[in-house]
Design a binder for this molecule. Structure first.
Ligand code: ASN
Length: 373
């Protein structure tokens, strides 16, 4: 049951009608120690907050069972390294994280870290791992200063023997408050590894060492909870940052998983239900089934962008016409290095900012063109 002061998604949806900027609704505050940095922990649910009837059960548990206070209580040592404020933004399995929650998290993170007289030095978001990369990517693409937000989860519920959540949480806070983390964008920390949100993705449905950037690698690691980095701060070359302070909702964007003989008749239904863009989870380097081209031409003729990404999740999508300067653009917009779920979030951001199809093509493809030639 929600504890006192906890806000639900419904509260957020109601609140949205009256306010563009959300408020910090702190439900837990550690005793203040002026010599320590200030961290805002926003809890959203997931396995890290999950509970099961059995200490060995890592499958049949309820994600989002315990609140932010219990998460912090599990690691009292946390209060030796940072002042902590806790906010319960939601308490759900990450499959139930909505656009509204993600927008709220982005705005709160910006207010916490980037506003004048910013009240916090660091932000940590606890999140289910299934869609963690979507939230982390969105905040990374919309974080307007160089301070650090870390998104963290766990693969074993809080009730499990060797639960990974408490250790991951300490490591997330240590990473978030470390000045060496600044200027690296949003980071994901799990299992003693530090990974940039732009590239990082869940790579295994069950294993603890699931968050990886298979091509780009980790940017650092943690030893006895102390973060270290392999290189000085840098940002992904293709990354661009967008200010969504005035955005109140994201348009609907659907992902189409391509395969042999895929036709995607359903796009007409999606458009009728309000879809404003599509992402192809293409075969190989962005290949979308030729049997779907009539349906997708119909969509494109209506001014609805279709971005080709890859279901392989790795590699560069550079459809003919997209890369060579002066060539005719391809039928689809190329996702470059973004996997389908991240392409979806970027397209939502661009649509929410009112960008035209040409501007959207530019936003996805221009960084690739300028770095490849
Ligand atoms: N490990 C996890 O957190 C998985 C869980 N189903 C979630 O995404 O909320």
């Amino acid at each position: 049951a929600p504890f006192a002061g906890q806000r639900t998604v419904v509260d957020f949806l109601q609140k949205r009608d009256t306010a563009v900027q959300p408020d910090f609704n702190i439900t837990y505050s550690s005793p203040v120690n002026e010599s320590l940095p200030r961290t805002l922990i926003m809890a959203t649910g997931g396995t890290i907050a999950g509970a099961s009837g059995s200490a060995t059960d890592a499958t049949n548990y309820k994600a989002g069972s315990i609140g932010v206070e219990a998460l912090v209580d599990a690691v009292p040592i946390l209060l030796n390294i940072s002042n902590v404020d806790g906010m319960q933004v939601s308490n759900v399995d990450s499959g139930s994280i909505t656009d509204d929650i993600v927008i709220e998290l982005s705005k709160l993170t910006n207010m916490a870290l980037c506003s004048d007289n910013a009240p916090y030095d660091a932000v940590v978001i606890t999140h289910g791992t299934d869609t963690l990369e979507e939230t982390a990517f969105t905040i990374d693409a919309t974080l307007t200063c160089n301070k650090t937000a870390v998104v963290v989860g766990a693969m074993r519920p809080a009730t499990a023997i060797s639960a990974d959540g408490p250790y991951n949480l300490i490591e997330a806070v240590q990473t978030a408050i470390s000045p060496s983390s600044h200027g690296r964008g949003v980071l994901i920390t799990l299992n003693d590894r530090i990974c940039q949100a732009y590239y990082c993705e869940k790579t295994n449905a069950n294993a603890l060492d699931t968050f990886k950037a298979p091509e780009q690698g980790f940017v650092g690691g943690l030893l006895s909870t102390a973060p270290f980095f392999y290189y000085p701060p840098s940002q992904p070359t293709f990354k661009r940052v967008y200010d969504i302070a005035n955005v109140t909702s994201f348009p609907r964007v659907d992902i189409l998983y391509s395969h042999q003989e895929a036709v995607f008749d359903g796009v007409n239904v999606s458009v009728a239900h309000g879809a404003k863009g599509f992402i192809g989870a293409g075969t190989g380097a962005g290949g979308i089934s030729p049997f779907a081209s009539d349906n997708l031409d119909y969509v494109i003729e209506q001014g609805i962008p279709v971005v080709a990404s890859t279901k392989i999740n790795n590699g560069l999508v550079h459809l003919a016409g997209a890369v060579v300067p002066g060539e005719t653009p391809g039928q689809y917009i190329s996702s470059a290095l973004l996997n389908p779920v991240k392409s979806r979030r970027l397209l939502q951001i661009l649509l929410a900012l009112g960008k035209s199809v040409d501007e959207i093509r530019e936003a996805f493809e221009e960084p690739m063109r300028s770095f490849l030639y």
